[in-house]
Ligand binder design. Structure first.
Ligand code: PGA
Length: 256
């Protein structure tokens, strides 16, 4: 049976230099990604370097952030049309580090998703609860609140065209990966919520998991129902780890 490919996205965050990025891009250019869609998210100053280095291959380049406005007097910001202009295809929206460090609210994230779609790019909407919210039994409520805000702003048709990454905040950069059953439960919750709220088209929205994904746990995570890929932070900076994650996805994809 012909199954859709897994998506493996590498979020480099605020790491790298011209030299280290060149080394990583060079290594990425020679790995076999067949049967898997790979996207890397370099810091914005290295996006063009990445687009240029990867232009002959299948790996796509995305941006870690975009401003909610399309142009204008916003010193220090980068717009979605600019990211499209330099060759990006995806933009992360609402990553927890931006929600927590830059104070991005659900409303700001929603406007950003709309701006990204206006520029004909695909948002990867990041959602996820903090530890105290999970411990209080509110994980589902937090995640559905984050989704609801975006749905209310962009509408059901546009909602079915985004990707969603479930990233429990307590699992990001901590090594404390969510248990397979926690991942499966939240992914089915998100799937059902989307179908109920946005209609049948939402059955095809790709749901990724993120939070301490590494070469040892990738296969188990990707095997969970409704998990269509992974958003990888730390392990995406190490070519040996990142290519092992890609290989796990390729093998599972082939095995389906
Ligand atoms: P991590 O980051 O893999 O380092 O936990 C994931 C993310 O922030 O997207």
């Amino acid at each position: 049976m012909n199954q859709p490919n897994f998506i493996i996205a590498g979020n480099w965050k605020m790491n790298g230099s011209t030299q280290s990025v060149a080394t990583l891009l060079d290594a990425l250019g020679s790995i076999d990604t067949r049967g898997c869609e790979v996207i890397v998210f370099p810091p914005s100053v290295y996006i063009q370097q990445a687009v240029l280095a990867l232009s002959d291959g299948p790996i796509l380049v995305g941006a870690q952030n975009a401003h909610a406005k399309l142009s204008g007097a916003h010193t220090g910001e980068i717009s979605a049309p600019m990211l499209a202009d330099v060759g990006c295809t995806y933009v992360l929206a609402g990553h927890s580090e931006r929600r927590l460090e830059a104070g991005e609210t659900n409303s700001a994230v929603s406007i950003k998703c709309a701006a990204v779609q206006t520029a004909e790019l695909t948002p990867i909407l990041c959602v996820g609860e903090q530890l105290h919210e999970r411990e209080a039994g509110n994980a589902g409520q937090v995640v559905s609140g984050q989704l609801q805000a975006v749905l209310d702003f962009i509408g059901p048709v546009a909602m079915c065209k985004i990707l969603i990454a479930y990233e429990p905040v307590w699992a990001i950069g901590t090594g404390a990966v969510a248990k397979p059953e926690e991942i499966a439960t939240m992914h089915s919750f998100v799937r059902q919520w989307l179908i109920d709220q946005a209609g049948k088209g939402a059955a095809y929205v790709k749901l990724l998991y993120g939070g301490s994904v590494n070469k040892d746990n990738a296969a188990l995570i990707l095997e969970q129902e409704h998990v269509a890929g992974a958003l990888v932070g730390g392990a995406s900076l190490d070519i040996e780890s990142f290519s092992a994650i890609i290989n796990a996805a390729r093998e599972l994809g082939n095995a389906l």
